[in-house]
Design a protein around this ligand. Structure first.
Ligand SMILES: NC(=O)C1=CN([C@@H]2O[C@H](COP(=O)(O)OP(=O)(O)OC[C@H]3O[C@@H](n4cnc5c(N)ncnc54)[C@H](OP(=O)(O)O)[C@@H]3O)[C@@H](O)[C@H]2O)C=CC1
Ligand SMILES: CC(C)=CCC[C@@H](C)[C@H]1CC[C@H]2C3=C(CC[C@]12C)[C@@]1(C)CCC(=O)C[C@@H]1CC3
Length: 332
């Protein structure tokens, strides 16, 4: 039976590379790509088919920053499929990124330089805003939209003959100090991206606790530092091109400098081949690349407080309840 795989954020960067590499692994799978609008869906499908002309690729329109769009997409998916084997929750945004060059410069002279260059700790901020649903945009797109999608797809993910899998694209930038239970949407700070990725790690841990006995397993991966539209918005492209030789050099010391989307999805593809029962739900799987360009995966224990994770999950359930009340006309 062909496996059914749903990928969000498939239109470029990590998501597009993932689609292509999954089809290299298994040309028989049914790939459903979730993109923001009809035009992106069609363009992305064509780009994938150009490499894998006989692949089964379908599309679903979803704007993860729009709750009505998520409920509509989930309804369509429930009509089309009777199960989903893998869902890659990959779409993400980092709006208005700002690099603190003073802190970067100071950090270059300290012993923590590699930590800074791989996690961006202390050198990156973002400006967030409210979206049309009245939620903080980064929280809504990176985490809550995906959470709603998973919950709405529960019938396709639980109780199947074989386990189903959720694979979240998190980040090395996920940091406990950027997250607070009392401001879990990160309305007050300037590290909304870091907070949303930490929230992703917390959510995955609790999803395992709640759903493993129903045959649903969740994992988090980090693609490393990848050149994509997201990073091209941080510094101008010409500057990245100038920095490229330096970054290849840094890669001899910083293995998470995967740099290309192809390398960045090593952990995503590795997880596709693993039996979920043997994975540790408190581990984040990092895509790594050696100085000479060999890709591999490194498992690192996550810094999550399971009690905070549980409390946060309750808050997500409360927000979900409010959402479902508001959009009751979009439910079956
Ligand atoms: N690049 C890096 O160094 C790192 C990236 N990551 C994570 O990897 C993931 C992929 O990022 P990357 O490929 O680098 O960045 P890109 O900006 O290239 O890709 C982001 C993807 O998310 C989609 N997306 C954004 N907003 C929405 C939305 N509201 N609804 C639906 N889709 C949306 C984009 O679609 P559209 O084309 O319509 O904008 C695009 O397909 C993200 O979760 C990111 O946080 C993690 C660590 C490092
Ligand atoms: C010499 C050199 C490589 C300069 C670049 C400085 C910064 C622009 C980068 C250093 C660490 C990078 C980083 C990210 C973006 C670019 C840097 C801040 C991310 C935040 C991109 C998105 C993520 O999810 C994590 C990345 C961590 C490292």
């Amino acid at each position: 039976m062909a496996r059914v795989v749903l990928v969000t954020g498939a239109s470029g960067g990590v998501g597009l590379a993932l689609c292509r590499r999954l089809l290299e692994e298994d040309g028989r799978l049914h790939l459903c790509i979730a993109c923001r609008n009809e035009q992106t869906c069609e363009n992305t499908r064509e780009r994938i088919l150009a490499y894998h002309p006989s692949a089964q690729v379908s599309t679903v329109e979803v704007d993860l920053g729009n709750l009505a769009s998520i409920l509509r997409a989930a309804r369509e998916l429930r009509c089309r499929f009777n199960r989903l084997d893998f869902v890659y929750l990959n779409a993400g945004i980092m709006p208005n990124p700002h690099v603190n060059f003073k802190a970067l410069w100071r950090g270059l002279l300290t012993g923590k330089v590699l930590h800074m260059l791989t996690t961006a700790e202390g050198i990156m901020t973002q400006t967030d805003r409210l979206n049309g649903d009245g939620l903080q945009e980064v929280f809504a797109t990176n985490l809550f939209g995906h959470f709603m999608l998973v919950r709405q797809l529960q019938a396709l993910l639980c109780g199947n003959e074989k386990p189903s899998r959720l694979i979240w694209t998190s980040s090395s930038n996920a940091r406990e100090s950027a997250f607070s239970l009392s401001d879990y949407q990160h309305a007050k700070g300037q590290e909304s991206y870091s907070s949303s990725k930490y929230a992703t790690d917390l959510t995955s841990v609790v999803l395992n606790r709640k759903y493993n006995d129903q045959g649903l397993y969740s994992s988090v991966v980090c693609p490393g530092l990848v050149m994509s539209n997201m990073t091209y918005r941080i510094l101008p492209i010409f500057l990245w091109k100038l920095l490229m030789p330096l970054m290849w050099l840094i890669r001899f010391f910083a293995k998470t400098y995967t740099l290309t989307p192809y390398n960045g999805v090593e952990a995503h593809v590795w997880l596709f081949k693993q039996k979920p029962e043997y994975l540790d739900c408190l581990v984040k799987y990092h895509s790594c690349t050696t100085g000479l360009g060999r890709c591999y995966v490194e498992a690192r224990k996550m810094d999550v407080d399971e009690d905070v994770a549980e409390k946060f999950f309750q808050k997500l359930l409360e927000l979900e309840e409010e959402t479902l009340e508001k959009y009751s006309d979009l439910l079956d």
